[in-house]
Design a protein around this ligand. Structure first.
Ligand SMILES: C[S@@+](CC[C@H](N)C(=O)[O-])C[C@H]1O[C@@H](n2cnc3c(N)ncnc32)[C@H](O)[C@@H]1O
Length: 216
């Protein structure tokens, strides 16, 4: 069952069970160093409480936990049973890392405010009003001054991509990704009370880590 039938980020079955391996293969082995660098750029500090939305297999959560220095925590939110099972295996010996079976597109309250929220290759895969719900949920669960980090496609015009990038993008990506890349994300986040933007691009500029702070 999918909540959004046209979405390709609601992963199940073989893809969900083998997501990390598939990313390594599709990227011809480049994914590992890319994700290490991207997570280093998130800027997690020892003691931070970090929310990881659509946390997947826990690969990112474990990388983030290395920056905690044994303090603080990473809380993943995930709905795929296969992903949650893999996450729990990966985080078995990590006392600061956990995953909760929870939808990120519905309001939630975890009883505390987080220092950071991280969402990696998830938010592009929803209709825009659902993306706005997710941003609202992030805002409600971050402390004032807390930082929201979006690792996802950068902004670009699909028809202007060179063929080697355009063909895989148009063949593989779900329909929601096409309007995601053509939106002004700093403007969208500003409208939700975020500011102080910093960004870093990867993968020839087609991927961006966009960070924004919650304003009072
Ligand atoms: C493309 S994967 C990315 C996983 C991970 N963030 C990463 O970068 O490796 C998208 C993830 O979002 C999860 N997801 C999709 N819709 C969700 C929702 N409504 N609530 C929570 N997680 C969701 C999927 O189950 C999947 O694990």
């Amino acid at each position: 069952m999918r909540y959004y039938p046209d979405s390709k980020v609601e992963l199940q079955g073989f893809v969900a069970r083998n997501y990390d391996m598939l990313m390594n293969i599709i990227s011809l082995g480049a994914y590992g160093s890319f994700i290490n660098n991207a997570i280093a750029a998130v800027g997690i500090k020892p003691g931070d409480r970090v929310l990881d939305l659509g946390a997947g297999s826990g690969r990112n959560a474990l990388l983030m936990s290395r920056h905690l220095d044994g303090r603080g925590k990473i809380v993943g939110l995930e709905i795929s049973g296969e992903m949650i099972a893999n996450f729990r295996i990966h985080a078995e010996n990590e006392k600061n890392v956990e995953v909760l079976n929870k939808r990120i597109d519905q309001p939630f309250d975890l009883g505390e405010k987080f220092d950071r929220a991280f969402i990696s290759f998830v938010i592009h895969g929803f209709p825009h009003p659902v993306r706005e719900d997710i941003i609202r949920n992030v805002r409600n669960n971050l402390r004032e001054g807390g930082e929201f980090a979006i690792l996802d496609f950068n902004e670009f015009i699909v028809s202007e991509m060179p063929f080697w990038a355009r063909i895989p993008f148009t063949k593989i990506e779900c329909k929601y990704a096409f309007d995601f890349v053509e939106r002004d994300w700093k403007k969208i986040l500003s409208d939700f009370g975020f500011g102080d933007f910093t960004e870093k691009t990867f993968m020839k500029g087609y991927v961006r880590l966009l960070k924004a702070k919650k304003k009072g």
